[in-house]
Design a protein around this ligand. Structure first.
Ligand code: FAD
Length: 145
């Protein structure tokens, strides 16, 4: 199977709660597993940054569904590209939540010259590495408890 990666940015609609976002991610991880899609979802300051990776048809179909979802708006495709390997192997859809972008400034500044959190200023590779680093950091924090 040829592997594809899709990266997009969007904004939550007003009134979407963290519980709503958690529920989206929980259901997503079940559906994504059945589609052999891996990836990650960052939610911070009402902004989403998501990476989806898998076969061309499942990823396209899922993105078409996500585009229709009324729980977010201003959806911008950052990258859709063929890749050699998965960056999120074993992660069907891991949600990483930070209340404020100040919490990840040390990671973010590595990829962006600017401190203000604006995923649209990053290229696809930077988004993927940044999100992976955040997921790794969360995993380390969780496993060291
Ligand atoms: P249904 O749940 O019947 O969805 C039918 C339609 O209604 C779809 O267009 C759906 O987007 C929309 N919809 C569903 N629930 C609501 C609601 N409460 N309010 C408004 N519209 C709704 N799903 C995944 O499977 N994998 C993902 O990685 C994933 N990532 C997401 C990221 C974001 C930022 C958001 C907002 C949603 C994401 N979703 C994801 C959810 C996705 O949009 C669909 O709701 C989900 O895939 C189920 O769609 P369905 O067509 O199978 O069924």
């Amino acid at each position: 199977m040829q592997l594809y990666r899709l990266v997009y940015y969007s904004e939550a609609i007003d009134g979407l709660s963290l519980q709503d976002v958690k529920s989206i991610a929980e259901k997503a991880s079940v559906k994504n597993a059945s589609l052999f899609i891996s990836g990650g979802l960052l939610y911070c300051e009402g902004k989403f940054l998501q990476v989806l990776e898998g076969g061309i048809h499942p990823v396209n179909k899922l993105f078409a569904t996500i585009l229709q979802d009324k729980r977010h708006k201003n959806i911008n495709l950052i990258e859709f590209a063929r890749v050699k390997r998965r960056a999120f192997e074993g992660w069907e859809m891991s949600l990483v939540f930070f209340p404020t972008s100040r919490d990840f400034q040390p990671e973010y500044i590595k990829y962006s010259g600017d401190l203000s959190f604006d995923p649209l200023s990053l290229d696809g590779d930077s988004c993927v590495e940044f999100l992976r680093n955040l997921l790794e950091r969360k995993r380390t924090v969780l496993s060291s408890r």
